[in-house]
Ligand binder design. Structure first.
Ligand SMILES: [Zn+2]
Length: 264
């Protein structure tokens, strides 16, 4: 059994301040990276407890330079974001997990809610439905009949996972979002236990958890924060359809790799 663990940093235990994600070279960022490894390793442990033969992990935040590789559980196989883009076509994956993720834009009391870029993107819709990054990973996996079985993050993230995937997705609640810039994590050891347990539980119940699917063709609408940001994007990707002053649309007939659920 092969398991994929996608990671992000906003929903990692101990990442409770906006500056830990956006300001570099200080102790807050260092803690974030250490905790990223602790939460990831807890998920790796849970996957092996559930009987995994191979566990792939992706350092997903900001293209991937957050892992402290010397701290990664040596049983895990790290792959790059680029390798992840066509993973399911190369390899049979039995279940995927999302560790340390965050809620979609507009969610109340959600730490660092956004999709792709909090500086540029206002909303992301698939076939008219508002989605965020949880759905992006789940839709890509779903196109290959792979279920997203476990999510960890703040309360809003856990709620969104259940709304998006269904009540039976396993979740590990590791913090409360206070507002956009602040969260309050639970005890670190307790968080690792919750992650490990939820991973094991989700993988064991993977046959009961439905892969997330959308009807094809898939229509992706991204609304930017301002029209000038949309102008710049449209110049770079002129094949996208302009829907209004701030929205670009992409229609794909098939989901073949991860890029097909993105705008470009
Ligand atoms: Zn991120």
């Amino acid at each position: 059994m092969n398991i994929l663990i996608m990671t992000d940093i906003e929903g990692i235990t101990g990442v409770d301040f906006w500056e830990q994600v956006h300001k570099h070279d200080w102790e807050g960022e260092e803690l974030a990276r250490e905790r990223l490894m602790a939460d990831t390793n807890a998920a790796v442990e849970g996957a092996f407890r559930a009987g995994a033969d191979k566990v792939y992990v992706v350092d997903g935040h900001g293209g991937g330079s957050n892992f402290k590789k010397e701290l990664l559980d040596p049983r895990a196989t790290q792959i790059s974001v680029l390798e992840y883009c066509d993973l399911y076509t190369r390899e049979k994956i039995d279940a995927c997990l999302e560790v340390g993720v965050h809620a979609k834009p507009g969610t109340l009391n959600a730490f660092l809610e956004h999709v792709q870029s909090s500086a540029n993107w206002f909303s992301y819709k698939v076939n008219g439905k508002d989605y965020g990054e949880i759905a992006q990973g789940a839709l890509y996996a779903g196109a290959f009949d792979v279920p997203l079985v476990m999510v960890s993050g703040d309360r809003a993230t856990c709620n969104e996972a259940k709304e998006t995937i269904g009540e039976n997705v396993a979740v590990a609640l590791v913090k409360e979002g206070i507002d956009w810039k602040h969260a309050e994590s639970i005890d670190f050891k307790e968080a690792e236990k919750r992650i490990c347990d939820a991973v094991e539980d989700g993988i064991r119940r993977r046959d009961e958890i439905k892969p997330l699917k959308v009807s094809l063709p898939i229509t992706i609408d991204v609304t930017f924060l301002r029209a000038d940001i949309c102008d710049e994007f449209h110049k770079k990707y002129p094949n996208l359809e302009r829907i209004d002053s701030r929205t670009l649309r992409r229609v794909s007939n098939e989901i073949k790799d991860y890029r097909d659920i993105l705008l470009y």
